[in-house]
Design a protein around this ligand. Structure first.
Ligand code: NAD
Length: 244
């Protein structure tokens, strides 16, 4: 039998990048997947695409209900939807802070809250959140983004403690710079995108960007039923950047 046979997953932000790679990776291993995304039209083939804004409570509640109906329950939640922000504390105003926290932090809270009653019914319940190397690296020009990903990390530890006795594991991945449409969009803004990409590759300890598939594999590892004793951890997927 395949590793995820009979299991059902919700993947937020699963229509692009890391989330899409995760949805595909899980489906290839037997998992049924619902993709909750602002733009679910590009969700991987074979998944259940559901429109959802994780920044909005009513939207999340309706989308999780729809996913549970379509899948017949849920065992795995991958809280991956996220947005970026650049700048120092002087560059982003209060509204921008609220906008990013609504998605990157409260998005995790809302989807988890709606899914927990269903996860309690599963024998292999797991939540995997997408944090970032930014949570702990002290990167310049990333005050707001780093704080939001630090919150995602802290939330992972606290939720793990709260739900371990209910048989629900909670972990996060902390990717370095990953080759996704998000990063491609940023590179495209540079005067010479190819040169910028080469420079970015050179800045990584292993000489290249992390692939979305590598992050997907780490998420699947943390979500896997073979991994029932790992909870409250962050798994870096960053080519060694974290250990420098
Ligand atoms: P991406 O932009 O390629 O994909 C993000 C997906 O999330 C998109 O499909 C988008 O529609 C969806 N989304 C955005 N806001 C949403 C909302 N409010 N509700 C529902 N869906 C929403 O990005 P990616 O690079 O794959 O990033 C995925 C996650 O990984 C994010 O949480 C990001 O912070 C994190 N991450 C990315 C990198 C990187 O270098 N790419 C590094 C570390 C962490």
């Amino acid at each position: 039998a395949a590793e995820f046979d009979g299991l059902r997953a919700i993947v937020t932000g699963g229509a692009s990048g890391i989330g899409a790679a995760t949805a595909s990776y899980l489906m290839e291993r037997g998992c049924a997947v619902a993709v909750l995304d602002l733009a679910p039209a590009s969700a991987p083939e074979g998944s259940v695409p559901i429109t959802c804004d994780v920044g909005d409570t009513a939207s999340v509640e309706a989308a999780v209900d729809e996913a549970v109906r379509a899948l017949g329950g849920v065992d795995i939640v991958v809280n991956n939807a996220g947005i970026g922000a650049q700048g120092t504390v002087e560059d982003n105003d209060d509204d921008e802070w609220r906008r990013v926290f609504e998605v990157n932090v409260l998005g995790i809270v809302r989807v988890s809250r709606a899914a927990l009653p269903h996860l309690r019914k599963s024998d292999h319940a797991a939540i995997v959140n997408t944090s970032s190397i930014a949570a702990t690296a002290g990167l310049p020009q990333r005050a707001l983004y780093s704080a939001s990903k630090g919150a995602a990390y802290s939330l992972t530890l606290a939720m793990a403690a709260d739900h371990v006795r209910e048989g629900i594991r909670v972990n996060c991945v902390s990717p370095g710079t990953a080759d996704t449409p998000w990063v491609a969009r940023l590179l495209d803004k540079a005067p010479d995108p190819a040169a910028e990409r080469a420079a970015l590759n050179a800045r990584q300890p292993h000489g290249r960007l992390v692939s979305a598939q590598e992050v997907a594999a780490a998420i699947a590892y943390l979500a896997s039923p073979i991994n029932g004793s790992t909870t409250g951890t962050s798994l870096p997927v960053d080519g060694g950047m974290n250990s420098l």
